[in-house]
Write a protein that binds this ligand. Structure first.
Ligand code: PLP
Length: 456
């Protein structure tokens, strides 16, 4: 085995890490962690630390680490047939079975699932489907996409444009001109503290109407949103938001793309977030929980209304010119089949709802009274602790985003991984869906210790 020093050196000089401060990392100033194993909600690193992963990797290891049912299925598939493509009607038992399992679990009104590799490429696919759809309908002007500030939809060209965080735009020449952003449904950051939640929803809906009027409904093809804002702050929507948004979109013939990369397959305590909030999507983005990240796989679930037009498009224009070499990769598909079975067998969807609610209660008991905690929120197995320098004014720390990484660092020393959310004073939690109440208590206790160690 390589020594830690050798690996550490190669890492610094060879590896271009995503979402990393490149020069600090190369100079050895930014941290480095080499992960070696995982079991349940814990991971281990090469320095011998055992850490409770309060973020399930990147909200993705829904079934937990070290699941033999999934790894055996991957090994079996690799031995039998590691790869074949899915172009021109080809498939494998795993890819066909997985598509049936996904459609059996999908909300009503969905027709087919297209498989990709990750959430970003699934959203690239979605926007191409939307554009194709309106071209076939003879509406070539109707192409813009409305997204929300603080939304996260990936970091490709279109998907990075849909993302509503400056970090993913600045110096990349994004967002592309076809993407328009509207207000984030973030009640804690409402423009006027006197607003009730219902007032705030009404304000958000008015802003959306304004955006549509300004751009012209005949130029807007789709609206994209996560049921609960994820990377933008783990923010559940205010009361009545989704009902109001859907009513507006229907009135203006605007498609709804629901990005369920985080919420799909159980995280909110329902199979999909769409079911949790009564959404009727035209397209659903899936990834992460589809395979619990045991292998890369994503998907676009296409609603019947769009599917019929896509079929008409191929009758008029021939073969659908879209696909990746690795679409529906058999190893990813085998992981997906085993993972979805396991989620059912272990009752993880139900556990996410129950233990997620327990985690937020435990967190409130542990840190709810701390003067620098502005809010504790979440839904299902998602929890955020909003930090503020002044509870009364809800002011940010100076500079914004400087404190959460320190708290997360203190938590790491105490054996728990939390995520300091980007461009914010927030700690995020999205543990594996198999979390127990004892493990939830451990997360909450360590958050309290770390907060007091950092801020007093
Ligand atoms: N959509 C959402 C809601 C996400 O949270 C993410 C990733 O965190 C993506 C899309 C992008 O997925 P990926 O990183 O697999 O490209």
């Amino acid at each position: 085995m390589l020594t830690n020093d050798q690996l550490a050196h190669w890492d610094r000089e060879s590896f271009f890490h995503p979402s990393t401060h490149l020069s600090q990392f190369a100079r050895g100033e930014a941290p480095q962690r080499i992960i070696t194993g995982g079991e349940g909600v814990f991971i281990t690193d090469r320095d011998g630390n055992r850490l409770l992963d309060g973020f399930a990797g990147l909200y993705c290891v829904n079934a937990g680490y070290g699941r033999r049912q999934i790894t055996d299925a991957i090994a079996k598939q690799a031995h039998e047939l590691a790869y074949y493509h899915s172009y021109a009607g080809h498939g494998t038992e795993a890819s066909i079975t997985l598509s049936k399992m996904v459609m059996d679990r999908a909300p009503e009104g969905m027709a087919r699932v297209y498989f990709g590799l990750g959430g970003s490429d699934a959203n690239e696919t979605n926007i191409k489907l939307v554009w194709y759809y309106n071209n076939i309908r003879g509406l070539p002007q109707k192409k813009k996409i409305i997204s929300r500030w603080r939304g996260y939809h990936g970091s490709g060209l279109v998907s990075g444009s849909l993302t509503g965080l400056e970090l993913f735009h600045k110096k990349f020449d994004l967002p592309l001109s076809q993407v328009v952003h509207t207000e984030a449904p973030f009640y804690y950051r409402r423009p006027d503290p006197a607003m009730t939640e219902a007032d705030f929803t009404a304000w958000l809906l008015a802003k959306l109407e304004e955006t549509i009027a300004r751009e012209g409904a005949d130029t807007i093809a789709a609206f994209i949103g996560e049921p609960v804002l994820g990377t933008g702050g783990i923010v559940p929507p205010p009361v009545g938001y989704w009902q109001g948004v859907q009513e507006i979109l229907k009135r203006h013939d605007i498609l709804l793309i629901v990005d369920e990369v985080i919420t799909g397959f159980g995280r909110l305590g329902t199979m999909f977030g769409s079911q949790h909030y009564g959404l009727q999507p035209d397209l659903i983005t899936i990834a992460k929980g589809l395979t619990s990240a045991y292998a890369p796989l994503s998907g676009s679930i296409v609603g019947t209304k769009m599917w019929d037009v896509l079929c008409q498009g191929t009758d008029e224009n021939g073969v659908f010119g879209h696909g990746w070499t690795y679409s529906a990769h058999p190893i990813g598909a085998a992981a997906g089949v085993a993972n979805l079975k396991l989620i059912d067998e272990l009752g993880l969807v139900e556990n996410a709802g129950k233990v997620g609610a327990y985690l937020r209660r435990a967190m409130t008991d542990a840190v709810g009274d701390h003067p620098n905690v502005g809010e504790i929120r979440g839904e299902g197995m998602l929890c955020a602790v909003e930090l503020t320098s002044d509870r009364a004014t809800r002011a940010s720390f100076d500079p914004m985003g400087s404190v959460a990484p320190k708290v997360a660092g203190e938590m790491l020393k105490r054996g728990v991984i939390a995520r300091a959310m980007p461009q914010a004073d927030m700690l995020g939690f999205a543990p594996p869906l198999c979390l127990t109440t004892d493990e939830a208590d451990q997360i909450a206790r360590v958050t309290g210790e770390a907060l007091r160690a950092t801020l007093g």
